[in-house]
Design a protein around this ligand. Structure first.
Ligand code: SF4
Ligand code: SF4
Length: 130
C-alpha cells in the first residue's frame, strides 16, 4: 500500500469524524468477531481493528486487508452489547483511504466479472460512496 502519512496527522480523529463512532465504548468482548462471516479471511479480526485504534496503532489498521474484506453485513453491529457500529467504523476507514489515498481494492469491472453473492455486491457498492 502506498500510504505516506506524517506522524501526529490526526489520523484517528479523521476516522472518528467520518464514522461518528466512539471507539472507546468497546470493552473487547469479542462478540463482533465471533459472528463475523468474513472473520476467517481477515488478517485482523473486527475486535482487533477497534483495539488497535484504541491504543493508537491506527496505521496498522490502514494497512490491513480486513476493512476491504468486510462485507458491510452489520452482524457485528447487531451483536455488540455496547452499541458500537463496527460496520460503520470499517466504512470510515475505507472512506478515509479512498478520500486521502485514492486507495481501492475492488473495481466496478471486477464486480461484473466475478460471480459474487448479493451481500458482497452490496458491501462493495457501499465502498464507492465518496
Ligand atoms: S462486540 Fe462491541 S464491545 Fe465487543 S469487542 Fe466488538 S465492538 Fe467491542
Ligand atoms: S460488517 Fe464487516 S466486520 Fe462486521 S460482521 Fe459483517 S463482515 Fe464482519
Amino acid at each position: 500500500m502506498r500510504l505516506v502519512l506524517k506522524k501526529n496527522d490526526g489520523l484517528l480523529k479523521k476516522i472518528k469524524a467520518i464514522s461518528g463512532e466512539d471507539i472507546y465504548a468497546c470493552y473487547q468482548c469479542g462478540m463482533c468477531s465471533a459472528g463475523c462471516p468474513m472473520g476467517q479471511e481477515m488478517d485482523l479480526l473486527p475486535n482487533q481493528v477497534i483495539r488497535l485504534l484504541q491504543i493508537g496503532a491506527e496505521r496498522q489498521v490502514l494497512h490491513c486487508r480486513t476493512v476491504w474484506l468486510c462485507a458491510s453485513c452489520f452482524t457485528c453491529t447487531a451483536r455488540c452489547p455496547k452499541g458500537v457500529n463496527l460496520a460503520r467504523l470499517m466504512e470510515g476507514v475505507r472512506l478515509f483511504l479512498l478520500r486521502t489515498q485514492k486507495e481501492d481494492h475492488f473495481s466496478p469491472q471486477q464486480m461484473v466479472k466475478e460471480p459474487l453473492p448479493p451481500i458482497a455486491l452490496i458491501g462493495a457498492l457501499r465502498k464507492f460512496t465518496t
